[in-house]
Design a protein around this ligand. Structure first.
Ligand SMILES: [Zn+2]
Length: 179
């Protein structure tokens, strides 16, 4: 099933309207949506919080990132599955184990700031070191703004970057030199 192109995948589910991958994605997203209300998730947030005493009168708590140890408001943190990731659903057989990993106890949950969550996600998906992951994020974020990217390349003497791949390579070199 996994090796077939998406367009050729037969519509085997939901009265012949859904492919197997769409079906699995549906189930995954249902499980994920409800996981925001999973009680141990709130416990993880409670364990990472302290009363906020800064200038914002409407903010009651702040939350500590388990990696950088800085404090953030609730909207700027995520609850991460660690050390065991929730993983993915690639077949019907994965649904049970996935649900059990997703709905885990508080010992397998930690609070991260958005930045460290991005870094950690890149590290586990690509096998990058923390430094490499931070560099990739910097490159990808810069690439989103084409004007800035082109100006930066020009400033640093890169005049032959004719496509995104070449521009990425050049940005990596520039940022690595900056360190
Ligand atoms: Zn952090």
């Amino acid at each position: 099933m996994a090796s077939r192109k998406k367009s050729k995948e037969p519509l085997t589910r939901a009265n012949g309207t859904m492919t197997e991958s769409a079906y699995l994605a549906w189930i995954r997203s249902c499980l994920r949506a409800k996981s925001l209300r999973w009680p141990p998730r709130n416990t993880a947030l409670e364990l990472a919080r302290r009363p906020y005493s800064g200038p914002n009168k409407r903010q009651k708590w702040e939350f500590q990132c388990a990696i950088c140890l800085e404090w953030f408001k609730k909207d700027d943190v995520v609850v991460d599955h660690y050390p065991e990731e929730a993983g993915s659903i690639l077949s019907v057989e994965d649904i049970g184990p996935f649900a059990e990993r997703l709905y885990c106890e508080v010992g397998n949950l930690r609070v991260l700031c958005e930045f460290d969550h991005r870094v950690h996600t890149l590290q586990s998906s690509h096998g990058y070191s923390r430094e490499e992951a931070i560099l990739e994020i910097k490159v990808n974020d810069t690439m989103k703004d084409k004007k800035t990217t082109l100006a930066l390349l020009q400033e640093n003497g890169y005049n032959n970057c004719t496509n995104d791949e070449k521009r990425k390579v050049a940005l990596r070199e520039i940022f690595q030199k900056e360190k």
